[in-house]
Design a protein around this ligand. Sequence first.
Ligand code: ATP
Ligand code: MG
Length: 417
Amino acid sequence: MADLQPVRGTHDLLPEEMRAHRRVSDLARGTAGLHGFDEIATPIFEFTNVFARTLGDTSDVVTKEMYTFEDKGGDRLTLRPENTAGVCRAFISNGLAQHAPVKYFYSGPMFRHERPQKGRMRQFHQIGIELIGAAQPLADVEVIACGRAILESLGVADDTVLELNTLGDTESRNAYRAVLVDYFQDHIDRLSEDSRDRLTRNPMRILDSKDDGDRKLVADAPIFSDYLNQESQDFFGAVTGGLDALGITYKLNPRLVRGLDYYCHTAFEFTTEALGAQGTVMAGGRYDGLIGMLGGPETPGIGWAAGIERLAMLSGVMPEADRPIAVVPMGEDAERRALTLVRDLRKAGLRAESAFSGNMKKRMKHANKINAVVAVILGDEELSRGVAQVKTLDDGTQREVALDRLADDLSVALSQG
Ligand code: ATP
Ligand code: MG
C-alpha cells in the first residue's frame, strides 16, 4: 500500500543507522562543548516569515524548497529548512542580546522539498553552531576551528578540504555587484535563462551556477578580491592569519558565494571528493545583517551547518550496539530470582536481558541471537548455593560467581573487554 511507504525523500532510521547518526551528533556536541558552544533547540516549525525574511525571496530554499502550510488557526507556518533563522529568532524572542556574545550548538531534522538522491533528502538532519554578538575576525577563526575539530573527532578531517572566501563588507559588495552586472550584461546572450533571472534579482548567485555555459562566462568574470576595500581586506587577513596560526589549511575559492544580502566577510565550506555530487559536508559564513533583518537589534553573527547523513556516510563508521548479558534461568524459582538479578545488573549500568521461555537449549540460542557477551546460567542447584555459572559465549569458558557479587564481577570483567 502506497501510504505505508515513508514519504518520498524521508527515511526510517533503524537502530544500526541511528547509532551512526548518534555517533556523529554526540561527538559533535562534545567537541562543540569543549569550544564553549551550549546546545539549544528551537521549534521544528516557525512562522513562514522567519525564513522568508532571512533567506530572501530569491533563494532556492524559499522559492522552491520550503514545506509551508496554513494551520487550523490560519497561521502560515513552515517546517524549518535550516536552523540559523530559528536560532536568531530565539535570540531576539528571549532578549539574549544582553548576554551576547552567545555560543550555541544544535542538532535536529530539517525539511526541504528537493529532488531526493544519495545524500539529498527531504527530511535530513543537521548539526550546527552559531556565535552571535561577536564582530571580530577571530570569532570566524573560532567557528571554523570548531568545525574542523568536529571533523577530526569523526575521523573525516583528512577527507575534506576547507574552501574559503570573503564577501567583504557592504561597500565592497556593492562595488563588485556593479561590475559583475556590467560584465554579464555584455554577455547576456550566453547566459542561461536561470542566470538571466538572477542577473536582476541576485547577480552574485550566477557565480555559483551549475550550467556549463554560465561556468565558462564565470571563469572570465571579474574577481571579488579586486574590489575589496581596505577594511574588508584587513578583516580577511586576520581570519587567514588566525587559521595559519592554528595550522588549519584552506583553499581560497573566489567563486564561493552566499547569495543573500546579509552574508558578509567570511564564507567557507568543507568539501569532499568522496561523496560524489553531494560534496559539501559543512557550510557556513558570517551573517551580520540577519538579526537586524528579522527585526532585532543589529547584531553580528557567524556559524555553520553540516549534514549528519553526509558526515555519517563519509566516516563510514557503523557502531555496534553494546553486547548484553543474557541471564538464563531454569525453573520457576530461578526465573523469579532472575528478575531481581537482571534489575541489579541494569542498575549497575550493564545491559542485561533474560529469556523466559523454552528449554535450556532454546534459551542459550536466544542468548546467542541477541549477541550476548556472557550467559549467566541459573538453575535450582546454583540457586540453592547462591551462585551462577557465567559462560563467555565467544570461547565457551565457564566459571562460577556468587550471586551477590555478580554485578561487581561483571562490571570489572566486561570493562576489561
Ligand atoms: P547543496 O549545495 O548540497 O544543496 P546547500 O547550500 O543547500 O547544499 P546548506 O543550506 O548550506 O546546503 O546546508 C548545509 C549542509 O547541510 C550541506 O552542506 C549538507 O551537508 C546538508 N544538506 C543540505 N541540504 C541537504 C539535503 N537535502 N539532504 C541532506 N543533507 C543536506
Ligand atoms: Mg540545497
